[in-house]
Design a protein around this ligand. Structure first.
Ligand SMILES: *[C@@H]1O[C@H](CO)[C@@H](O)[C@H](O)[C@H]1NC(C)=O
Ligand SMILES: *[C@@H]1O[C@H](CO)[C@@H](O)[C@H](O)[C@H]1NC(C)=O
Ligand SMILES: *[C@@H]1O[C@H](CO)[C@@H](O)[C@H](O)[C@H]1NC(C)=O
Ligand SMILES: *[C@@H]1O[C@H](CO)[C@@H](O)[C@H](O)[C@H]1NC(C)=O
Length: 189
């Protein structure tokens, strides 16, 4: 009984505080119609594969170490690489350029090779031009398949979520240049 009386009283108190001041910071956000953001449509699942070229060597590297690994680390722990890697339609670096993978990866595991990947796939072709997806996840690079979450997107991929499966297609262990297939499963509207 005490609760029942208290609850409405509490609400009335809140309402009166809000309406009496008007601009106390409580009213900056409001609920809007989902239709305004196209969210009344059915969510769709889109799949594509892109090939990610981590070019560390050569005259025009696209993957550059900006912070060296911590002393003695054999697993790149503490190392950070900034990337602006080409994303192509086929495994060959010379195939159609679809966009860029922009962001960084860092060595996040001390006892094995395990990167944290934080990157945007920025698409540059057709109707996808300018749209992005954001990948943030763990990449145990020596595993055959690595799954990482897609945590968001923009443009056609607004409200995106999903995951990618990364598979190394080619690696030069001397230069550590590599080509990785990213098979992307994206839910969006
Ligand atoms: C790094 O290696 C050197 C030589 O092998 C050793 O003396 C030192 O203690 C090691 N440092 C760390 C932080 O493990
Ligand atoms: C890309 O094409 C150039 C010539 O246009 C060739 O020399 C090179 O080997 C090709 N690279 C790949 C990865 O196919
Ligand atoms: C993509 O969009 C940019 C900026 O709007 C434009 O400059 C470029 O020509 C477009 N590319 C394609 C392939 O449509
Ligand atoms: C691997 O990288 C090394 C060092 O950059 C280079 O000399 C060699 O030609 C590369 N091998 C292949 C197969 O690309």
């Amino acid at each position: 009984m005490a609760k029942l009386i208290f609850f409405p009283a509490f609400k009335i108190l809140l309402i009166s505080v809000v309406s009496s001041t008007g601009d106390d910071g409580e009213n900056f956000a409001r609920t809007i119609d989902r239709k305004l953001s196209g969210l009344h449509k059915k969510e769709k699942l889109t799949h594509y594969k892109v090939y990610w070229h981590d070019m560390v060597s050569g005259p025009n590297p696209t993957s550059i170490i900006i912070h060296a690994p911590v002393k003695n680390s054999t697993t790149y722990f503490g190392g950070i690489s900034m990337i602006d890697n080409a994303l192509t339609a086929k495994v060959s670096r010379n195939s159609t350029l679809l966009g860029q993978a922009q962001g960084f990866y860092a060595g996040a595991a001390q006892k094995e090779l395990g990167f944290i990947m934080a990157m945007n796939f920025v698409f540059k072709t057709g109707k996808y031009n300018g749209s992005t997806i954001t990948i943030l996840g763990r990449n145990s690079a020596m595993s055959k398949v690595r799954e990482m979450p897609i945590v968001g997107g923009s443009g056609l991929f607004r409200f995106a979520r999903g995951y990618v499966e990364a598979r190394t297609k080619w690696v030069n262990f001397t230069s550590v240049d590599a080509t990785v297939e990213y098979s992307c499963y994206v839910l969006h509207y």
